[in-house]
Each structure stands twice: as C-alpha cells, then as structure tokens.
Write a protein that binds this ligand. Structure first.
Ligand code: FAD
Length: 489
C-alpha cells in the first residue's frame, strides 16, 4: 500500500496546463514539456493518496481492468520500473489513455465517495513517460512464429492493440490502413494539443520492431484486396474499421457552403499543424464558427478553431446543461454526466444548452450566414420546442460534432457479408467473432462510437479470441466480453 495516511495528508493536485494565452499560439500539448515532466514535483504525493482499499472499484471502472493500486504504490515508492511492468500488463498504450481517457477509474475511486479521488490518470502518464525516457519500453518480438497469418483492417487503438497482442503471440500480422499513415482517430481526429503524434509514432516503431507489418494507403474492399481475397490470403481477419459514418442534420439549408462534418475539418487541421499543406483547407480564421454537438469532438473543433483565429465560436448542445455535482440517479461509482471543462473550453468560446437548430440561412452566393435556433425542453420524456424562442445567430462556418452512427456498409462489410446488429454495428458473439467464420471485430466498428480505453480493451480481448481460433488455446489475457459496460454509463 502507498502511504496509509496519504489521503489524509495531501489533497488532490493535477498537472498544471500552460497559460491559455501561450498555448493557443501553438499546436503543442497543453502541458509544459509533456505532462509527465509537469507532474514530476507532485506525483509521488498524489500516488500516496491511494488507499489500496479492500475492493478497489477503480479496477471495475477501468474497461482494461488496470491494476491501479499496485502501480500507485510502486510509483509512490519510486519503483518506476516495477510500475511500468504492472501498467503494461493490462494496457498496451498507457501514453494514449494517460492523456486522452475521461478516466472512469477516477469516478469509481473509493476516495471519491466523500473526497477528491486519486489522480489515477496523471500517475499513469507519469509512469509511461518516465519509462519511455529511461529506455524502458523495448520491443518484445515473439520467440517463435506460429506460421499463421492475420489481417487487421484499421489502425486505430483497437487495431493496434489486436496487432500488438497477436504479433507477440507469434502470429504474422499485417495492419491495413486506408489513410496515408497508421493511427486511426489518434492521428487524424485528435488534435496535437491533446496528444502530440510523436507518442503514436514512437509506439508504432516499437510495433514494427516486434514484427507487425503496416500497409498504409490501402482501402480494403475498394480495390483488388476484396473481402474474399482477404479471407483467402489470411488465416484470420479482424475488422477494426471504427464507427466512421457521421450523424447528419438534414434541416433546410443543409446544402449551403460552409457546413461541414467535424471529421472533414479536424484531419485537415491536424495535417497542417504538422507542417503539411492542404489545398482548399476548411479554416476558421476570422469566421463566426458554430459547432453543433457538445462532446469530445466538439471540444476538439473548438480548440482548433481558437488556434486558427476564429472571430467567435459557439458550441450548441441540444441536451440541458449538466450539473456540477453527481445527479442522484448516477451515484458513485458510475461515470456521471457532469459539467466538464476541457482544456479547449478554458481557452474560449461560448456554450449554449437546450437549443435545437431549425434551419441554416444562406447569403446570395449560397454560403451559410446564420443558424435559426429554438430553445427546447423535456416534456413527458420528449424534447419539445419552446414557443416564441426562435432566433438567429451568425455563422459562416458550421461544424457537425453530433457523433457517429456506425461503420460504413458499402465495400468491405458488404463484401464479407458480416451481419449487423440492431444499431447498425458489426454483430459479434461473446468471443468477438462475426457471423462469418474466421472474421472478428474489435473497437467502435462493433461497439459503436466509444472511447480509446474501450478500443484497447476490446482489441486485447479480440486478440485472445483470435489466438484461440488459430491455436486452439491462448495465453493472452481477455479483459472483457463485448457486452460488458462496467460502471460506465
Ligand atoms: P478508429 O480510431 O476510428 O480507427 C479505424 C481506422 O480504420 C481508421 O483509421 C480508418 O481509416 C480505418 N479504416 C476504415 N475502413 C477501412 C478499410 N476498408 N480499409 C482500411 N482501413 C480502414 N476517445 C477518448 O477516449 N478520448 C478522447 O479524447 C477522444 N477524442 C475524440 C476526438 C474525436 C474528434 C473523435 C472523432 C473521437 C474521439 N474519441 C476519444 C473516440 C475514440 O477516438 C474512438 O473511440 C477510438 O479511436 C476508436 O478506435 P477504433 O480503433 O475502433 O477506430
């Protein structure tokens, strides 16, 4: 156990971000010199607050089942080598979750019942950043090869986790990615200011050295590599293609110029932030930007628009503003709906809640110039418009961040003939197998739009299932069945 009285002696303290006026002028992470370094002065004390409680609910809060009290204790004792070993035992990529996870482990922390929870996510990122700096994250190539081949389609966190686990188990794994570089949403969705791509590239290099082969710029199902060809060529196939069909808003004026999906805007901004040139880039400079949707994607559009120099930014959310305290129907240890302030929200923009967009209004050239809004409220379980509340707000760039409705059907999904579930995601059995023999699914493609931590957890579990399919048994850990939703609403 860390310090038995640690939680009585020290309060919660988190890594300090760079001043807003400094960080909005660049694309680097919002923490100074990397979050791990920012945490150096405080992290032992913060780790000491872990009570090593009899039933560590943080384990259930984390989809990966991270053994949190153990690495808190090792961090507190300055045994960072031991800590990274325990952390890597359940999480292939703690540098991603340590930066990007909403940390359902912290909302399940026992200390959080009546005090501020342990800064688990900060301890996690300290452990992994130190491990990289001290050369303690090495390739782990397999000792022998099974002779079996696996194709992983999609290189987001789910595909990467599947591939790393199966490569280490001795299978020959090729990861196909239609973008020019691997990483999925980690590379082209999530902005630099949340996670610099150097963290992704470093991990990809480790995977290459272990033997995973990456084939970027290949859209499987669009050329000669069809569903059938894939099944002929490989002993097993894992679909980790994500949930890429974005929700639309088919109201009058939708066809006007200047209205885009977030995933049209963010990938271009990410490329330009890394020094590429994008012809005809969608930009926010000098514009009145309206972001429709209040989640992570919306916050990423906000931080990006601020850095591009927008004149004003308004983020709209159809649901009511969440409360600062846990609502009664979302008690500890569940993950509650709270009013959260992301780093982007600290930087600027206005948020409007309980509003619905009725129409987009255009100018004579066919460009969007305003949104017609109406206030809404819940009545008998339904959202209804409030009479007389209609109004216009100026907008010359509108970004949709309203979530994703599932994987794309034309192409690979149709060619393979995998069944879909009632929500339009790829249907899977308890072992992540699809309805087609030898074809498995992991991450958002099967689960629906979710989180990085779930994608990694599913990737690990699917790898165990594929290993069993190929070898008859497995030594790989299988954290969760696909139906699991521990403590996370
Ligand atoms: P993805 O990351 O979507 O990767 C799927 C990959 O498959 C893509 O690269 C795609 O190009 C490729 N692909 C698809 N079809 C084919 C094909 N036919 N051939 C070859 N390749 C193909 N979650 C968090 O936990 N924290 C956050 O801060 C966070 N921020 C987010 C910000 C944005 C803008 C978005 C959109 C999502 C965010 N999420 C966040 C959610 C998280 O990124 C996803 O849940 C996660 O990336 C899903 O992983 P995945 O591997 O299943 O799919």
């Amino acid at each position: 156990m860390a310090d038995p009285k640690g939680f009585l002696k020290a309060g919660r303290e988190v890594a300090g971000r760079r001043p807003v006026e400094e960080r909005v002028k660049d694309w680097n992470e919002v923490y100074p010199d990397g979050v791990g370094r920012a945490l150096l002065p405080i992290i032992n004390t913060q780790a000491s607050r872990c009570m090593d409680c009899g039933i560590p609910f943080c384990h259930q809060g984390c989809p990966l089942g991270n053994i949190i009290p153990e690495w808190n204790d090792l961090g507190y004792r300055d045994d960072w080598d031991g800590a990274i070993e325990r952390l890597h035992a359940t999480n292939n990529f703690p540098e991603f979750t340590g930066r990007l996870c909403p940390a359902p482990c912290e909302t399940a922390c026992v200390l959080g019942i009546n005090a501020d929870p342990v800064t688990i996510k900060n301890v996690e990122v300290s452990i992994i950043d130190r491990a990289w700096e001290s050369g303690n994250v090495r390739p782990q190539p397999p000792e022998w090869l099974s002779g079996k081949t696996v194709a992983v389609i999609g290189s987001g966190p789910a595909g990467l986790a599947v591939a790393q686990q199966l490569t280490r188990a001795g299978h020959t794994v090729a990861v196909y990615e239609r973008a020019d570089k691997p990483g999925g949403l980690l590379r082209y969705g999530i902005p630099e200011f949340k996670m610099e791509k150097k963290h992704l590239d470093r991990r990809l290099e480790q995977m290459r050295r272990e033997g995973t082969v990456f084939r970027s710029g290949v859209e499987v199902g669009a050329g000669t590599l069809t569903g059938d060809a894939l099944r002929d060529r490989y002993d097993a196939v894992v679909l980790a293609t994500g949930s890429t069909v974005a929700r639309d808003l088919p109201v009058p004026g939708r066809e006007l110029a200047g209205i885009h999906q977030a995933m049209e805007f963010l990938p271009q901004a990410n490329r330009v932030a890394l020094g590429e040139t994008v012809e005809g880039q969608i930009r926010a400079d000098g514009k009145h930007v309206v972001i429709i949707g209040g989640g992570d994607t919306g916050a990423d559009c906000l931080g990006t628009s601020i850095r591009q120099g927008a004149a004003s930014i308004t983020q709209l959310e159809i649901m009511p503003q969440p409360t600062d305290e846990r609502p009664g129907n979302q008690p500890w240890p569940t993950y509650p709906m709270l009013f959260r302030v992301s780093s982007a929200h600290e930087e600027g923009g206005d948020r409007m809640y309980s509003v619905s967009t009725k129409e987009f209004l255009g100018d004579d050239d066919g460009n969007v110039r305003a949104l017609k809004l109406v206030d809404v409220q819940f009545k008998e379980g339904r959202l209804v418009e409030i009479e007389g509340s209609e109004r216009e707000i100026p907008a010359d760039l509108v970004l949709f961040a309203m979530g994703f409705v599932g994987p794309e059907r034309p192409g690979l999904v149709e060619q393979l003939g995998v069944e879909l579930d009632e929500r339009g995601n790829i249907k899977r059995a308890n072992n992540y197998a699809t309805s087609v023999d030898g074809v498995f699914v992991a991450g958002d493609a099967g689960r629906g739009q979710s989180l990085i931590v779930w994608a990694i957890a599913e990737g690990r579990a699917a790898a165990a299932a594929v290993d069993t399919y190929l070898s008859g048994s497995t030594q790989l850990p299988a954290p969760i069945p696909p139906t699991a939703r521990p403590l996370v609403v």
